[in-house]
Design a protein around this ligand. Structure first.
Ligand SMILES: O=C(CO)[C@H](O)[C@H](O)COP(=O)(O)O
Length: 227
């Protein structure tokens, strides 16, 4: 599995050119990409490339690996964003947010000229929600009310608990995460919009219609899917 992640991360470097502003995703696959990107920058094979991190994790990795970073408010545009995903359906709709970084990921990836997704083949599903719950970032005081409201969608929502801290996971933005399991997600775009309409919801992990290219690591090599 790590080999497949490394292979897609290497392939993603082919999309990066001098003078690009690159959105840096979060997670284990993107971590390889940031490492390799830093190597090219340090070896001066790429010039004037800047990363815009989507999380503390990607910011720390970028700094550690020699990728200069800028905040979203310091750039005019993002040429390309590179990130992993938890599920990818045949229309290239995604579920993201296992790493609880979905809000900044969506803000940056929505704005990118190209959104490039890196996954291994285990992430491909027939329909979203097949394996993974949909993470929903919520204002802490509203978590219980929203968890109850989610039931209207024929779903159950669970507050994500931390493993190295007592109590719930707190996101980089200071919010909580609900993991919602839906019986069936018929229309990802519709559900994405409806969830965001609930007061107290900051953002949800359905990324419908925004991925441009998905690189899939398989045992037979890296495959490219395009919308
Ligand atoms: O959405 C994410 C973090 O919020 C990650 O991109 C997603 O969970 C994939 O991670 P990995 O590459 O480690 O499987």
């Amino acid at each position: 599995m790590e080999e497949l992640k490394r292979a897609v991360a290497k392939e993603a470097l082919k999309f990066i050119e001098d003078d690009m502003i690159v959105g840096l995703g979060t997670g284990s696959t993107t971590a390889y990409f940031i490492e390799y990107l830093g190597k090219l920058i340090m070896e001066e094979e790429l010039e004037d490339v800047y990363g815009v991190p989507t999380s503390y994790q990607s910011r720390m990795l970028a700094i550690e690996n020699g990728v200069p970073v800028l905040g979203l408010d310091e750039v005019d545009a993002i040429d390309i964003a590179v990130d992993g995903a938890d599920e990818v359906d045949p229309q290239l709709n995604l579920i993201k947010g296992r790493g609880a970084a979905l809000t900044m990921e969506k803000i940056i990836e929505y704005r990118a000229g190209t959104f490039l997704v890196l996954v291994d083949e285990s992430k491909l599903v027939e329909s979203l929600g097949q394996k993974m719950p949909v993470p929903i970032e919520v204002i802490p005081a509203a978590w219980r009310a929203i968890a109850e409201e989610i039931e209207v969608f024929n779903a159950t929502a669970e507050l994500r608990m931390a493993s190295k801290k007592d109590g719930p996971v707190v996101t980089d933005n200071g919010n909580f995460i609900l993991d919602a399991r839906f019986h069936r997600i018929e229309d990802p775009l519709d559900l994405e919009i409806e969830l965001n309409n609930i007061p107290g919801v900051v953002e949800n992990g359905i990324f419908a219609d925004i991925a441009d290219i998905v690189l899939v690591g398989t045992k037979e090599g890296v495959k490219r899917l395009e919308r």
